[in-house]
Write a protein that binds this ligand. Structure first.
Ligand code: SF4
Length: 369
């Protein structure tokens, strides 16, 4: 089956946050128009042989998609419509930041096909927000969530735990507020100190206790109606991100834009991260691919296992064996046996991490890949 998921990377931010290593930069005059023009070329090149794909999911991530103005968003939606069809119940998500989300965005999205808005809230504590270098206050975050809900979208928000000096009480307050403001989906990420960011050299001893924060979220959010369906994601019934589930089930997807990754016809690729490098390749009529790789069979099986185990539904034994063979399945079970039995369940139905296993998932991935 041809791909039915599209990821578009908007590589702009108003300012870089202190912890962020994502592909994004503050746009110069004319950059957004250049990006739009070259995005069209990327679609034309990539779809030359694929015809008109029919999308089940589409995701605009970044960067900060709300850095684009209302008229630029209108051009973007028209561009996407020129190259893609959508299934009737397609899920279309846009990431937004509280300081730049405006009424014109919500109106344009509502008049188009957007169904979900994913807001980078990160914390409901003003001191933490300012430490992180975020450009918004907690109050603006509430405002953005309420405006997106009032406009009829399914609203998700991201939060970071394990921040410098983050107390358990502060984390608890942030999550209680997240529940109170009516989100349908909550994503939680532990702070990681990334090379090349202002926080790369922070003293790890100053960071809040990530293990305890995550464990509490695993206890608290399901009590409030948010089921954990993946290591970092909790959702109300039926509000899981179908776009991300496609990644974890190894579905194919087209990624477009600087730094975007994609997976098509068994090939994983990543575009040039720099806007100029990406645009120059496209201006020369070339695909802007920085790296691509056809995974060897064994690695493919291991990666598929890790992706499946990220979800609480886990890995289906029969499906996995049909695709990768009995030997790959046995080898996976054998690798897991090195871990205590309370970290995973392995039965005739499948293999799943327990809640406790999810808390040490990184150690498990390191053993499996
Ligand atoms: S707004 Fe998001 S993408 Fe932009 S710098 Fe901050 S964390 Fe990174």
């Amino acid at each position: 089956m041809p791909f039915s998921s599209l990821y578009i990377h908007v590589p702009f931010c108003e300012r870089k946050c202190n912890y962020c290593a994502f592909e994004s930069a503050v746009p110069r005059e004319g950059d957004a128009d250049l990006w739009l023009e070259m995005l069209e070329r990327e679609f034309a090149l990539r779809l030359a042989a694929a015809g008109r794909p029919r999308l089940a999911t589409c995701y605009f991530g970044g960067g900060t998609p709300t850095v684009l103005s209302g008229p630029q968003w209108l051009s973007l939606t028209k561009l996407v419509e020129r190259y893609f069809d959508f299934m009737p119940e397609a899920e279309v998500t846009v990431e937004a930041n509280p300081n730049s989300l405006a009424a014109e965005h919500l109106l344009t999205w509502r008049d188009w096909r957007v169904t979900r808005v994913s807001i980078g809230v990160q914390s409901f504590d003003d001191v933490e927000l300012s430490q992180m270098g975020r450009l918004h206050s907690a109050r603006q975050a509430y405002g953005a969530v309420s405006a997106a809900l009032a406009a009829g979208f399914s609203v998700s928000a991201d939060f970071i735990f394990g921040l410098p000096h983050q107390s358990f009480a502060n984390w608890g307050r942030t999550l209680r507020e997240a529940v109170r403001c009516g989100l349908s989906h909550i994503s939680l990420y532990q702070l990681s100190l990334e090379e090349g960011t202002p926080w790369a050299s922070l003293d790890k001893d100053t960071l809040g206790d990530g293990y305890a924060a995550y464990r509490w979220a695993q206890w608290y959010l399901p009590r409030k109606g948010y089921r954990q369906y993946e290591v970092a994601n909790f959702a109300r019934q039926g509000r899981e991100s179908r776009h991300n589930i496609n990644y974890w089930r190894e579905g194919e997807y087209l990624g477009a834009g600087p730094g975007a990754a994609g997976y098509l016809a068994g090939l994983r690729y990543k575009n040039f991260g720099s806007l100029r490098r990406w645009a120059a390749a496209l201006a020369d009529g070339e695909l802007p691919v920085a790296e691509s790789e056809q995974l060897p069979f064994e690695r493919s099986a291991r990666e598929a296992a890790v992706l499946a185990l990220r979800m609480t539904s886990g890995l289906d034994r029969r499906e996995f064996a049909e695709r990768y063979g009995r030997q790959a399945l046995d080898s996976l079970s054998a690798s897991l046996q090195k871990f205590p039995r309370d970290l995973y369940e392995d039965d005739e139905r499948g293999i799943r991490l327990t809640k406790k296993g999810m808390r040490v998932a990184n150690l498990i991935w390191a053993e499996l890949v």
